[in-house]
Design a protein around this ligand. Structure first.
Ligand SMILES: [Zn+2]
Length: 267
């Protein structure tokens, strides 16, 4: 499931393959992938224009067009982007295809169709309407703002995954962050000491940046993560990278959660 690090790398991929090329066509393979816009309106907005820049907020990706206005992309459970030179190489499950004349095509691929592609005039309005909190890697997210954003009750995992508090973290990276900082997923936010909160903030940023640098979003990228990472062991039979034996599995925030009962004591 694409989370902040994956979407950050999708954004870089989009930049590499889709910026500055005249858009000559838009083909919608499945209308369910569209977010409150018709195929016709999307074509009207895009054909003849170019993508000029990208912006990411949490798990949401935006691409500004030369006509003004922004393409919006959310990747749901299984979404990703794929560039291909020839139409005959179009991947399966291509839900929205952007054509760039002789410069190839970019496909928005989503087998399970939980993601959405749309178009807005103002990404800030979009972020407000979707009640997204500050982006987890935003330079303007100071420790003070992080502390305020995270407050509001509940266990740590639920708080980290709540997109209205902090945007970008999902099931997998919540587990990784909490393992790295040695905090239990069900420990209430309010129980943390100021030092623990500071460590959580620093660890959140470090984990997300490490995953981006390791190539999050690409198949098998987790093999390039440090050996100390839970993600490499986040499967049945996985063990604590610190040598404590099998990981524990439970439900937290309604999601399957991996943690080490030795490293992460509940308080
Ligand atoms: Zn452990």
């Amino acid at each position: 499931v694409p989370e902040l690090p994956d979407v950050e790398n999708y954004g870089r991929y989009f930049k590499r393959h889709a910026l500055k090329k005249p858009i000559t066509g838009v083909a919608v393979g499945d209308k369910r992938a569209l977010d409150h816009i018709s195929e016709r309106s999307l074509q009207d907005r895009l054909i003849g224009a170019r993508f000029v820049s990208t912006r990411r907020h949490g798990k949401q990706l935006f691409a500004r067009t030369s006509n003004g206005g922004w393409l919006t992309m959310h990747f749901g459970m299984t979404g990703q982007l794929a560039y291909f030179k020839d139409r005959e190489d179009e991947p399966q499950y291509d839900r929205v295809r952007f054509d760039f004349g002789k410069s190839g095509h970019l496909g928005y691929i989503d087998p399970r169709l939980f993601g959405r592609v749309g178009f807005v005039d103002d990404p800030n309005a979009f972020i407000r309407q979707h009640h997204l909190g500050p982006d987890a890697l935003d330079a303007k997210l100071t420790f003070q703002r992080f502390k305020e954003a995270l407050a509001g009750g509940g266990g740590l995992k639920a708080a980290l995954m709540d997109q209205s508090r902090i945007a970008g973290i999902g099931n997998v990276f919540a587990d990784e962050i909490l393992f790295q900082v040695r905090l239990h997923p069900l420990t209430p936010v309010e129980r943390l000491t100021p030092a623990q909160l500071k460590a959580l903030f620093a660890t959140m940023r470090k984990v997300l940046k490490t995953a981006i640098a390791a190539g999050a979003g690409a198949e098998g990228y987790w093999e390039r993560l440090p050996r100390t990472y839970l993600l490499r062991q986040r499967h049945k039979g996985g063990v604590c990278p610190r040598g404590h034996g099998p990981l524990s599995i439970m439900k937290a925030a309604g999601r399957t959660t991996y943690f080490c009962g030795q490293c992460q004591k509940r308080v």
